[in-house]
Design a protein around this ligand. Structure first.
Ligand SMILES: Nc1ncnc2c1ncn2[C@@H]1O[C@H](COP(=O)(O)OP(=O)(O)OP(=O)(O)O)[C@@H](O)[C@H]1O
Length: 460
């Protein structure tokens, strides 16, 4: 990571901890490596991201329905999907310092070439032929690359034998495929249609890191969009563009987003075309949202393994078909990190640095703050009344400690778009001062107009 990128990441991580966005997991026990807990503001930010995604992908459309399937599934699901045999990453160890790396990442980071999808033999050769140095100790002393299955295995019930093995799902998608028929039979959906789901996924990543970018437990927002074969590439293009538009609509800067198409060698075994929406994180470009044309691979495999008919009767053609599927898959935690990184800025104001999270109002954890100018009655009484009244519509915070300047800074730092100050004049003229986070401009408005004002400015 470039020095500046590392500095910015450190600032974001420390802000997240200091203000209650993200805490180290199990911190009082020394922490469990690469686990993170979302604090009071983090959970709001995360919920907002999920709610916006659900609104855009499910509620605003008439061709997508929702689902919430179980994390633990029949082990045959993962045999059918190819995860038991093939959900592997290749790892290499440095014999000198014992550091462990994901082979494709080691190659990408040191040689700058994409190595995803290459065989262990190919990865081993590239590492040896290029005499890649260990990023930790600088030696060239690698083991051969070897595969490692990323699924977490556990046991269901009291007997721990091979018949009780279950996996923590490594993606939410398979829960959708196995419910394809249930949804078809109960929802009167017609092709093209999608099934959306938000939920936890688990991968025993070889090298987790970069804060909440890569963890072993994370959340996904996945859509499986079923289409007629032959219409798949059209829909692939549609969802590819959707991903970019989604983040632009949340105010994420265009120059920090790019769509990267996978080369034929990089494509997963099930995919006809894949594009990643990538974000320019402080540590470099990274995948945010993967869009894959999974063809009829998954449904066909489940037909084969379950013996059940997972077909769709095409009324026009009067025949059963196995639909193709386009999958846009977005990580909640990565989306949150991208939004945090994009929103973070430092500005010089009157000789002081102010830190701002310039969140789009839709994602901002707190929409408005209410301050009494002084900690005194009847100022507080009026301020509290305004606060309680606003709470019925928005997530609002009340703050009566420190100077007004300090209180503004505290709200800037957590991305609150508006702050209202109740002063002595408010008692007579029934007006308050409302201040915009970004322009720092202040308007004097009637107390009765606060809700209209906010609705107009926030857009909801
Ligand atoms: N370990 C993880 N931690 C956090 N989010 C993840 C993780 N793995 C995947 N995701 C999220 O789920 C989305 C879809 O998963 P997908 O299987 O396409 O990822 P992937 O290609 O394996 O990711 P990567 O190449 O970064 O390992 C990703 O775009 C990402 O946002």
């Amino acid at each position: 990571m470039a020095d500046n990128g590392e500095k910015i990441m450190n600032k974001i991580v420390s802000l997240c901890k200091r203000r209650g966005f993200v805490f180290q997991g199990s911190e009082i026990y020394g922490g469990l490596a690469n686990t993170w807990d979302y604090g009071p503001l983090g959970v709001e930010l995360k919920q907002n991201i999920k709610r916006i995604w659900w609104k855009k992908v499910v509620y605003e459309r008439d061709d997508v329905v929702g689902l919430d399937s179980a994390i633990l599934m029949h082990p045959r699901v993962w045999e059918a999907s190819g995860h038991v045999a093939g959900f592997n990453d290749a790892l290499v160890d440095c014999k000198q310092c014992k550091s462990r790396f994901r082979a494709d990442h080691l190659i990408e980071d040191t040689l700058g070439i994409h190595a995803e999808g290459k065989s262990v033999q190919e990865l081993t050769e590239i590492i040896h032929n290029n005499q890649i140095k260990c990023p930790v100790c600088g030696e060239v002393a690698w083991t051969d690359a070897r595969v490692f299955n990323l699924m977490f295995k556990t046991h269901q019930g009291v007997v721990e034998d091979s018949s009780s093995v279950v996996y923590l799902r490594p993606e939410t998608a398979q829960g959708i495929f196995v419910n394809f028929k249930n949804v078809l039979d109960t929802s009167r959906v017609k092709l093209p249609f999608g099934i959306a789901q938000i939920g936890k996924a688990f991968r025993n990543e070889i090298t987790p890191g970069n804060f909440i970018f890569r963890t072993r437990e994370f959340e996904q927002m996945e859509l499986e969009f079923f289409v007629k074969p032959g219409e798949d590439m059209e829909w692939f293009e549609y969802w590819r563009q959707f991903t970019m538009d989604f983040f632009l609509s949340l105010g994420v800067k265009k120059e920090n987003l790019r769509l990267r198409d996978h080369s034929p060698e990089e494509l997963s075994h099930y995919s006809k075309a894949t594009t990643d929406l990538e974000y320019n994180f402080p540590f470099g470009w990274g995948e945010l949202w993967g869009v894959a044309n999974r063809t009829d691979y998954d449904l066909s495999k489940h037909i084969e393994y379950s013996g059940k008919s997972l077909t769709y009767f095409d009324q026009e053609e009067k025949r059963h078909i196995v639909p193709y599927v386009i999958e846009p898959s977005l990580g909640v935690d990565r989306a949150m990190l991208a939004i945090l990184c994009d929103a973070y800025r430092e500005e010089e104001v009157e000789g002081e640095t102010r830190v701002v999270l310039g969140f789009h109002p839709d994602v901002a954890p707190i929409k408005c703050a209410v301050f009494p100018l002084f900690k005194k009655e009847p100022l507080e009484e009026l301020a509290r009344k305004i606060y309680h009244d606003l709470k019925k519509c928005y997530v609002v915070e009340y703050d009566n400690t420190g100077s007004i300047g300090k209180r503004y800074r505290r709200q800037d730092e957590i991305g609150t778009p508006y702050a209202i100050t109740v002063d002595f004049d408010s008692l007579d003229d029934h007006k308050v001062t409302i201040r915009n986070r970004d322009t720092m401009q202040q308007d004097r408005i009637g107390i009765d107009n606060i809700k209209d004002y906010l609705r107009d400015k926030l857009g909801f």
